[in-house]
Design a protein around this ligand. Structure first.
Ligand SMILES: [Zn+2]
Length: 110
């Protein structure tokens, strides 16, 4: 499942971090139930829920399955670039800062 291009807002990342016992922000009752539901779903149902709720679905799938998923969510929650870790933004919808999101020329010279 491709979670690379899923835009996850900082507050959603913080809600999912809190759900998994990390420093974050407690979600409201409905969103906490949604996180729990996605986290408990099998892959078929998780995919359906992620279609309907791409932000929460994407964040839960990153937390459960991505390498360093929790660190990735911590970066998103803190507004840090998920690639270079700088927090001087602006952050693009893919979670990286604009320089990191810009395509690198083939000769490697920007
Ligand atoms: Zn960056």
């Amino acid at each position: 499942m491709d979670t690379k291009n899923t835009a996850i807002p900082a507050d959603v990342a913080a809600h999912v971090l809190f759900h998994y016992g990390h420093k974050g922000i407690p979600a409201g009752d409905w969103h906490e139930a949604l996180i729990t539901l996605i986290a408990r779903a099998d892959m078929a149902h998780a995919a359906k829920l992620t279609n309907a709720f791409p932000d929460y679905g994407g964040a839960v799938l990153i937390a459960k399955y991505a390498d360093n998923g929790i660190d990735l969510l911590k970066d998103i929650a803190a507004g840090r670039c998920t690639r270079c870790k700088h927090d001087d933004g602006p952050i693009t919808p893919t979670g990286t800062c604009e320089p990191c999101a810009a395509p690198m020329p083939l000769d490697g010279v920007a």
